[in-house]
Design a protein around this ligand. Structure first.
Ligand code: SAM
Length: 286
């Protein structure tokens, strides 16, 4: 193999993934994190924050579809949706695909990052920031949940930096935070969070899972292999009434069709697989 200029990104505390870089597009230290937008040979254009890949052109659909649709489909009519994080706008894009959505509020702490995404990551947001149903709020999610409308949102999607990643995101994986998020949900609502990687960071993962379990009576785990991350990304869903595991392949496909949702990766078959597959929690210290 021949490797030209390359980016070394952390996969765990002790392992890295090295990928050759075609071009660096922009490197900017925002108030909150170091953002790099670059182009990989294998993954196309990508967003990297503090040395960790967040999403890439060639596999972002696997991450964003997996994060958004299981919870959205499990809700009978998700009209009001809250996204916390999700700076690239791709999570917003996936939420807005459901034609029943009336309002999607996205709250990200980093306004400079959102502006960079608007300018350089058009293939991720695909115009979602300009959708009349979208509202983008630049604020710390921790503060937003204190004053957001209670009993309003049907679905909450937490698309934050990893629970073991930059300091700014870590508190948004706690029992206390989920308790506040719960007050914003209209019954029967549902919350989903990305949860980093359970193999390399088992203790952090178990903490996130337990924080969800302390707040919700139905908690389900699933994962998707993300090639550019070098690991399977974990997701956790919590609800007090809705259970995505109960949905059949045909029900999921029917709901996607009725709501006009076109996907590349997620469908009824993938949904059933999500909730049948085991989650592997690593044995080493996280
Ligand atoms: N795909 C992802 C990954 O691999 O970790 C997460 C994607 S997304 C880029 C993460 C976003 O979370 C960033 O835009 C970051 O600014 C935002 N974020 C981190 N902490 C936050 C907080 N306290 N409140 C709101 N947004 C936050």
């Amino acid at each position: 193999m021949r490797l030209g200029p390359a980016l070394i990104q952390g996969v765990s505390k002790n392992s890295v993934l090295v990928s050759s870089v075609k071009q660096y597009i922009i490197i900017r230290r925002t108030k909150y994190q170091e953002a790099q937008i670059l182009e990989f040979d294998d993954f196309g254009k990508a967003l990297v924050l503090d040395g960790y890949i967040q999403s890439t052109e060639f596999d972002e659909f696997m991450y964003h579809e997996s994060l958004v649709h299981p919870a959205m489909v499990a809700h009978p009519r998700p009209e009001n949706v809250l996204i916390i994080g999700g700076g690239e706008g791709a999570t917003l894009r996936e939420v807005l695909k459901h034609n029943v959505v009336k309002k999607a509020v996205m709250v990200d702490i980093d306004g400079e990052l959102v502006e960079l995404a608007k300018e350089y990551l058009g293939f991720m947001h695909q115009g979602s920031f300009n959708d009349s149903r979208a509202e983008v709020i630049i604020e710390d999610g921790l503060k937003y949940v204190e004053k957001a409308p209670k009993n309003f949102f049907d679905v909450v999607v937490l698309d934050l930096t990893d629970p073991y990643g930059p300091e700014i995101g870590r508190l948004l994986y706690s029992t206390e935070f989920y308790a506040k998020v719960k007050t914003l949900i209209k019954t029967p609502g549902i919350v989903v969070t990305q949860a980093g990687n359970s193999f390399f960071f088992p203790e952090v993962y178990e903490d996130v899972l337990n924080s969800m379990k302390r707040n919700f009576s139905v908690v389900r785990e699933y994962w998707t292999w993300i090639p550019s991350f070098g690991y399977a990304c974990n997701f956790i869903v919590g609800s007090d009434g809705l259970d995505p595991r109960a949905l059949t392949e045909s029900k999921v496909n029917e709901t996607l069709k009725l709501r006009g949702v076109a996907t590349r990766y997620y469908d009824g078959r993938q949904h059933e697989a999500f909730f049948k597959n085991k989650v592997v929690v690593g044995v080493r210290k996280g």
